[in-house]
Ligand binder design. Structure first.
Ligand code: ADP
Length: 160
């Protein structure tokens, strides 16, 4: 069984994230999406619980997708959830630089028990990030190309 962990902030989940989840569903038996508490990130639009519930709604028809929240070292979360690998999405060289470092670090602290698999974003999502989506949304511009209609609806509720 191939069971992978896809960790991130997902504040909120974008179509770019969903593109990586879709690729993972096709490649692996089980995908565990982990919404990570990050105390260093200041401005969140959604609480961790809200993000978990939104992602559960998005994948309610996919029995092979689990959604959890977690904190601490990602490798510990992977081991605790019996995941063979961590999945990350690559958009740009800056993502690559970061992921190369994280992969090395995660291998060391897990004694080579956890590998990282990087998947490439399809070209239409290459420039999509949660922070960009929030920025454009705050300017009252159309973001329906970047987030699922359900997520957009939840964002509108937050605004009102
Ligand atoms: P983090 O704060 O850990 O970067 P994010 O929620 O921003 O968490 O992203 C989680 C993962 O999804 C990261 O591997 C990130 O590179 C990837 N990702 C984010 N946006 C996209 C996108 N548009 N296309 C592909 N991968 C993406």
């Amino acid at each position: 069984m191939t069971r992978v962990l896809y960790p991130g902030s997902f504040d909120p989940m974008t179509k770019g994230h969903m593109n990586i989840v879709d690729q993972s569903i096709n490649l692996f038996d089980n995908v565990v999406i982990a919404v990570m508490h990050n105390p260093n990130k200041r401005e969140n639009m959604f609480t961790v619980e809200e993000r978990v519930n939104m992602i559960k709604e998005l994948y309610k028809d996919h029995p092979n997708v689990e959604v959890i929240s977690s904190e601490g070292a990602t490798v510990d979360v992977a081991i605790k959830n019996n995941c063979n690998a961590i999945v990350r999405g690559l958009r740009s060289l800056s993502d690559y630089d970061y992921e190369v470092q994280m992969n090395q670090f995660n291998k060391e602290i897990s004694n080579n028990r956890v590998n990282t698999i990087c998947l490439f974003a399809d070209k239409e999502y290459q420039f999509v990030s949660s922070s960009m989506v929030k920025e454009i949304f705050s300017l009252n511009k159309d973001i329906s190309r970047y987030v699922d209609s359900y997520v957009l609806n939840e964002m509108n509720k937050k605004k009102n």
